[in-house]
Write a protein that binds this ligand. Structure first.
Ligand SMILES: NC(=O)c1ccc[n+]([C@@H]2O[C@H](COP(=O)([O-])OP(=O)(O)OC[C@H]3O[C@@H](n4cnc5c(N)ncnc54)[C@H](O)[C@@H]3O)[C@@H](O)[C@H]2O)c1
Ligand SMILES: [Zn+2]
Ligand SMILES: [Zn+2]
Length: 361
């Protein structure tokens, strides 16, 4: 029998989200139902609402969540009822050509629940990133449930499920930041600040935060930025060269996902440096770069899907570092809100008033 819960739905492009009755089926083979305790509001949810990801409306939004497993389907052995889990949106398959090459972080056939959650009238919902956790319960593939230390507060733990992991992973997994290196992070929202915190964790000694909002730059300092640049007022490429002996940084991370920002990141790195794109562009964006510079600067241009993370390796690690006081997971939570406040949270995100609003259920 299906569960009847409240969930946040985006019905059409740009339309304000509404709280609707959502039917969550009993878990089938390989699936799990999770009682959501907390779910962060990520910019990707807003991208969905604006039609920037795809047109498969209506969406059940929310994908940065932690909660407790409340039911499992046939054949599920990796998680059990009562487990405290963070939901991940890349449950690796173990069988595709990436997995078989020993590169599961690139898995090309990640798992989601096979059944659909629906509105009360039977309309099928597209869960954001295969999760849909702005809801009291959600249905996922059991591989999307990653156990972490149950002492971790759900509000903070949920953020490991997307923005924080994407940012930290962009720095340490994709960017491969090493002790003593210099890093610049463009865009200091939840993802960018996590990249800054990740760069600090990895031992970077120069960490430049770039944003167009001074409030964001003040937060970035708390997470470990050693220098800040407001790129509305100052040319960030010149400033970054100034902080690095005239050369540029070893790793430049674009956590905005716009062509002009990527171009700044491209020019702000040292010879043989790495550029990491973790911000998500929209389908119509185009990039033009001087090809001679692409060659002449060497190094690597990389994209970071989910921080190239392995949830089973990286979520428990970050939760443990948090418990030991070595990773400031709680500091990403600006406010806790209810399901009815998601639309207002989008406005606050848009104005730059928050790092993360977290829905608590
Ligand atoms: N690759 C992934 O796996 C992944 C995962 C999660 C989120 N994302 C993406 O990362 C991006 C950031 O997400 P977020 O939740 O941190 O968003 P956010 O809205 O909280 O932060 C974006 C920041 O960028 C700043 N900004 C905007 N324009 C800028 C510019 N021209 N130059 C410098 N800074 C600028 C804003 O002031 C803000 O501080 C989004 O595109 C999101 O979709 C990617
Ligand atoms: Zn795979
Ligand atoms: Zn996200």
């Amino acid at each position: 029998m299906a569960y009847e819960v409240r969930g946040v739905v985006a019905r059409g492009k740009g339309a304000p989200v509404t709280v609707e009755t959502v039917l969550v089926p009993d878990p089938g083979p390989g699936e799990a139902v999770v009682d959501v305790q907390a779910c962060g509001v990520c910019h990707t949810d807003l991208h969905y609402r604006e039609g920037g990801i795809n047109d498969e409306f209506p969406f059940l939004l929310g994908h940065e969540a932690a909660g407790t497993v409340s039911a499992v389907g046939e054949g599920v052995t990796d998680v059990a009822v009562g487990d405290f889990v963070v939901l991940n949106w890349r449950a690796v398959c173990g069988q595709c050509r990436a997995c078989r090459k020993g590169q599961p972080q690139y898995c090309f056939a990640t798992h989601n629940a096979a059944q659909k959650m629906t509105l009360a009238d039977g309309t099928e919902l597209s869960p954001a990133l295969g999760i849909g956790a702005f809801a009291e319960k959600t249905l996922v593939h059991s591989g999307q449930c990653t156990k972490v230390d149950p002492q971790t507060p759900a509000t903070a733990a949920g953020l490991l499920g997307c923005g924080v992991m994407a940012g930290v992973g962009a720095a340490i997994n994709t960017g491969g930041v090493q002790r003593g290196e210099s890093v610049a992070v463009f865009g200091c929202g939840g993802v960018g600040d996590a990249a800054i915190a990740g760069a600090r964790l990895a031992g970077a000694t120069t960490i430049v935060a770039v944003d167009v909002d001074d409030r964001k730059l003040a937060w970035a300092r708390q997470f470990g930025a050693t220098h800040t640049v407001n790129s509305r007022e100052t040319d960030p490429v010149e400033a970054i060269r100034g902080f690095t002996g005239g050369f540029g940084v070893d790793v430049a991370i674009d956590a905005v996902g716009r062509p002009e920002v990527f171009t700044q990141a491209f020019h702000a790195r040292d010879l043989a440096g790495r550029v990491v794109l973790v911000g998500v562009p929209t389908p119509e964006m185009q990039l033009t770069l001087p090809m001679i510079e692409l060659f002449g600067r060497g190094g690597a241009l990389k994209s970071s899907w989910y921080g190239d993370c392995l949830p089973s390796r990286d979520f428990p690690m970050l939760a443990d570092l948090h418990r030991q006081g070595r990773f400031p997971l709680d500091d990403f939570v600006t406010e806790t809100i209810g399901l009815d406040d998601v639309e207002t949270a989008f406005e606050k995100m848009h104005r730059g008033d928050v790092l993360r609003s977290v829905v608590v259920l």
